[in-house]
Design a protein around this ligand. Sequence first.
Ligand code: HEC
Ligand code: HEC
Length: 332
Amino acid sequence: MTNHTERDDISGTETTGHEWDGLKELDTPLPRWWLYIFYATIAVAVVYWVLMPAWPIGNSFTPGTLHFSDRRNVATDVATLQQARAPMYERLSHATPADIERDPQLQQFARAAGESAFGDHCRTCHGAGGGGQPGYPNLTDDVWLWGGSVGDIEHTIRVGIRSSSPETRMSMMPAFGRLQMLTPAQISDSTEYVISLGPAAARLHPDNAAAARGSAIYGVQCAACHGATGAGDRTMGAPSLRDDVWLYGGSREEIRKQIELGRGGVMPTWESTLDPGTIRALAFYVHELGGGEPDAPASPAASIPTNGAPAASNGAAVAPTQSPAQPSGATR
Ligand code: HEC
Ligand code: HEC
């Protein structure tokens, strides 16, 4: 490899003096336009470093003279949005279901706010459209464990079910198998009886002799919660056993499993996580999913207590009005 430069005959350009096996490297100058663009990008970079956040320094960075911050801009936007919506949430938290029904603007707001909060907080368990999954009830049908009026739904969301709230909705089906309260044979008999109670009988063809034995067990062990006829009891969150709608699945094996294990699903309380306006929006949204029931006729006072009122007044006021409606719980 030689190192002296020379002029190339064909292009007229100097070589760099590098040569490998007879190949010589031309020292072609960079095109002007390219060079100017290159210098311009350097200039832009320097200006950018001065104006904008750019260089990391330890745990921090150079903030730039404009003190621009995407994070702060988003926070400001969110705060502005919250401020703009605050009056609507405030109105919502004081509105009765009848008020919401009467006011299209409030209705639209409740629907949108409810849908968005449902996506954030509820769909992990109840499914994207509220369709449910085994152990997590379908919120779009008209079958309710604890009640389907806006007031009932709101109360459920507020205090939860078997939740950490001191006011939680509570009842516990015993694990008849695990706790050896019933023998396996008695559990089989109870299963056959439960199947014989409603339209499930047509699918699963219960053993009539076993169902007759199960009937006696039912009267002693189950009727207190599920009702003498198996129609369920909303004050206990005990589902109807006659509607062929099953929280934990409707096969013979699945029905038997629930009698063995008495699972007792947990619905969290949202009172401390969500503000009253959001909870009301959620109740309105869930009510509108398809299976909502009418609220008790509004008394002169607000029919739903706002946040401060004792929860029991809601549950107690609503419960008695449910009993007459109970037979319709058997429809799908
Ligand atoms: C961790 C899972 C979980 C989350 C999250 C959850 N739920 Fe539930 N929810 C349940 C379970 C389990 C039940 C049924 C409890 C039972 O067996 O009585 C339930 C029951 C309900 C009921 C009563 C249905 C009936 O038939 O009476 C309503 C209403 C409800 N949830 C609404 C909501 C809303 C609204 C949210 C979001 C704010 C939500 N849930 C979030 C698990 C959850
Ligand atoms: C203390 C009240 C209580 C008693 C007693 C009780 N249950 Fe239950 N039962 C419930 C509750 C509450 C549920 C709701 C499921 C859950 O969240 O665990 C349930 C659910 C069920 C289910 C599942 C229904 C579904 O939709 O999937 C079956 C089946 C059932 N009970 C049968 C029985 C039988 C049979 C007995 C008597 C041997 C019995 N239960 C006694 C409260 C009770």
